[in-house]
Ligand binder design. Structure first.
Ligand SMILES: [Zn+2]
Length: 297
């Protein structure tokens, strides 16, 4: 790859731009509740490629893949467990095609939905599922593995280890937090940003961070806490377009590209190195963030 390492590029002082939402974008293109998003990597290749391309065109330095739910433990739900390797490899190939040789692909791995705590699954089953997914994504040409939307320390740790031990990819690990009534941040499983960072680093993550659940405003607090615990590793933020408002049963993410772009200096000051979007963000949001970052240098 001609684009080199993400960590080295961040350490040279660059702020990098990641992409925006995939899930809400797929829905806009016609994905129905109950459909398997990852199957679109085979059945609706052009639509998936169009999403990836739209973020590259908007100025992203890196793009994710349509593989968030691509662990066999999740695909099982659609009767597609045995196609896990095929779907993940296809997802990486599509994003690689959009990224060309000069942009990074950071392949998405989301939670399995199974909890060790509830004895839904064993450690080996989780590890093997993540391993299969990571290996297929690497085969499809991804540069990095982005383990995201994590809430349980044990699952995140197994995912990071599976990616580190079985691929040569850089490994990113981001958690999703909510603000408690006390004003602290915790994942659904009660994990603080401090403990999330410590666990991710210990498992071998090169890049840490937070995605989904919050807009930039709250991400600033979370990034500050992470930066305090971990002064050296790059921090990635994929923020939602604000907090959702439920309008007639549909979640609307209210922040405009301009509103998000206005918070870019503060999120960088808090310690973020890689900035992109999650739910509700569009190529226009990424374009505005790109512009805001470029105007700082
Ligand atoms: Zn999201």
């Amino acid at each position: 790859m001609s684009c080199g390492s993400i960590v080295d590029t961040v350490k040279s002082g660059k702020i990098l731009i990641s992409d925006g939402a995939w899930g809400t974008f797929l829905q806009k293109k016609g994905l129905k509740p109950g459909d398997c998003p990852e199957l679109w990597c085979i059945d609706r290749t052009d639509d998936v490629l169009a999403i990836a391309k739209s973020y590259i065109d908007a100025g992203a330095d890196m793009i994710e893949t349509n593989s968030f739910g691509g662990s066999r433990l999740k695909l099982e739900h659609y009767g597609l467990a045995d196609r896990a390797a095929e779907l993940n490899e296809a997802a990486a190939r599509i994003s690689r095609k959009a990224a060309g040789d000069s942009k990074w692909v950071i392949a998405s791995i989301g939670p399995t939905g199974k909890m060790l705590l509830m004895e839904d699954v064993t450690e080996d089953e989780l590890y093997d599922g993540f391993k299969e997914q990571a290996v297929a994504l690497a085969k499809g040409g991804t540069n990095a593995i982005c383990i995201e939307t994590m809430s349980a320390l044990d699952e995140a740790s197994l995912a990071v280890r599976a990616a580190r031990e079985n691929t040569k990819c850089e490994v990113i690990c981001t958690f999703t937090f909510e603000r408690t009534v006390k004003g602290e941040y915790r994942t659904m499983m009660g994990v603080s940003p401090t403990d999330a960072v410590k666990t991710a680093i210990e498992a071998g993550a090169h890049i840490i961070g937070t995605n989904c659940g919050n807009g930039f405003e709250r991400m600033i607090d979370i990034v500050k806490e992470m930066r305090e615990v971990e002064p050296n590793s790059p921090i990635l933020v994929h923020a939602n377009a604000g907090l959702p408002k439920n309008v007639n049963g549909v979640d609307i993410f209210p922040e405009t590209p301009e509103q998000m772009a206005a918070m870019v200096p503060d999120i960088i000051k808090a310690g973020a190195n890689i900035i992109g979007g999650c739910c509700g963000t569009t190529p226009e949001h990424i374009r505005a963030i790109r512009k805001a970052v470029d105007s700082l240098s």
